[in-house]
Design a protein around this ligand. Structure first.
Ligand code: I3S
Length: 128
C-alpha cells in the first residue's frame, strides 16, 4: 500500500514509529488504547501501519503491509496535549470528521519534528 501511495506520485514527507491512541470517532469519545504504530506522512495524509515488531514473524511480510487507517489532514487541527495524558510529549490531531488521535514519543526532538511537519502540511492545505 505504501508503494501504491508513492507510485501515485505523492511525496513521502516523513515516516517513523510513534505511540498512538484514538480518543474519538466522529466526535464520540473512545476509550484509550495506546499502541506503537508506524506513522507515514504522504501527500495530504497521515497513514498508520501496525508496528511490525508487535506482529508474529509469519504475519509480517514485506509488501504485505496494509495500512490500519489513514487520516486526511485537510482542515485538521493540531495541538500539544500534555494535559490529556500522563505521558510526556503528546499532541492531539483532530480531523474535520471529528476523529481524534493522540500521538506520543519518549524522544522530545522527534515528536517536535512530527508536530512541525504535520503543522506545515495543515497550513499549506489551509492556504489552498
Ligand atoms: O485518560 P485516561 O483514562 O487516564 O487514560 C488511561 C487509560 O486509558 C488506561 O487504560 P484503562 O482504561 O484500562 O485504565 C491506559 O492504560 C493509560 O495508558 C491511559 O492513560 P495515559 O495517561 O497513559 O494516556
Amino acid at each position: 500500500a505504501l508503494q501504491t501511495l508513492l507510485m501515485s506520485s505523492q511525496e513521502l514527507e516523513k515516516a517513523g514509529l510513534l505511540n498512538k491512541t484514538k480518543i474519538a470517532e466522529g466526535g464520540r469519545k473512545l476509550r484509550k488504547n495506546w499502541s506503537p504504530s508506524w506513522v507515514v506522512l504522504v501527500g495530504n495524509s497521515l497513514v498508520f501501519f501496525k508496528d511490525p515488531k508487535s506482529q508474529t514473524p509469519s504475519s509480517w511480510k514485506p509488501g504485505n503491509s496494509r495500512p490500519e487507517s489513514s487520516v486526511d489532514l485537510r482542515g485538521a487541527q493540531l495541538h500539544w496535549a500534555n494535559e490529556l495524558s500522563s505521558k510526556k510529549n503528546v499532541f492531539k490531531l483532530r480531523t474535520v470528521t471529528g476523529n481524534e488521535f493522540l500521538l506520543q514519543s519518549e524522544t522530545e526532538c522527534l515528536i517536535k519534528e512530527w508536530y512541525d511537519t504535520i503543522k506545515s502540511v495543515i497550513e499549506k492545505l489551509d492556504r489552498e
